[in-house]
Ligand binder design. Structure first.
Ligand code: MLT
Length: 208
């Protein structure tokens, strides 16, 4: 299978050498969904929002799944490489630095962001993972050399994601050299104002 480009929206900051906030939507979403959330983080970075290339009964996703919470890991690997390849091509076209990306993903978008982190640990500058799941049943041996910061937030009553498995995922990231913090919020799978406020606080601490 050949790599396909992704649909995207790009908003340059106009600031030389700025970071790029990469928005990755959840299942059934699109590149418009997370744009309002990006506004909470300020305007000192470029915003790039992409749409997943996989369609599940018409719902865009970033990779296939075999059932609820059961990932098609072969497709996940392929889509991870496809996304990285696309970002490299787009960086040249739009003029942003592909090594200064901070990902912000929700649910399925958080899961492909996690796949990039564990397969290309030194590629991105940071990641915000809302409602993440461990991307691979058996995690690749990860070694991040830079202590890259990762924000994670989970819902305590989320039926899609077991909290214990997210804690294991956070541990695996930290054992691999990332600096991952996990917040457990009194809510379910949907994103809340509290997620956004915590993530903005984390972002300001790490990237201002
Ligand atoms: C996934 O498939 O990535 C997770 O189950 C979350 C979801 O998108 O529903």
């Amino acid at each position: 299978m050949e790599y396909q480009p992704l649909k995207y929206i790009y908003k340059p900051s106009g600031i030389e050498g700025a970071n790029t906030l990469l928005l990755l939507h959840g299942t059934g979403g699109n590149e418009q969904d997370l744009l309002p959330i990006a506004d909470y983080f300020g305007n000192r970075f470029n915003v790039l929002s992409v749409r997943g290339n996989v369609s599940e009964h018409g719902m865009p996703r970033f990779f296939k799944r075999l059932g609820m919470g059961v990932f098609d890991e072969k497709d996940l690997q392929f889509r991870t490489e496809e996304l990285i390849h696309f970002l490299g091509v787009l960086a040249t076209k739009e003029g942003f630095d592909p090594n200064k990306i901070i990902a912000l993903g929700y649910s399925n978008g958080a899961n492909i962001a996690g796949s990039v982190l564990v397969t290309h640990p030194d590629l991105w500058s940071g990641a915000i993972l809302f409602r993440p799941m461990q991307p691979y049943q058996v995690m690749p041996a990860v070694k991040n050399e830079k202590g890259i910061p990762v924000f994670m937030s989970s819902g305590k009553s989320d039926h899609t994601v077991a909290i214990a498995s997210v804690k294991g995922y956070q541990e695996a990231l930290n054992n691999g050299g990332f600096n991952a913090t996990l917040h457990q919020i009194n809510t379910s799978h949907g994103l809340t104002q509290e997620d956004i406020e915590l993530a903005v606080g984390w972002f300001n601490q790490n990237f201002k």
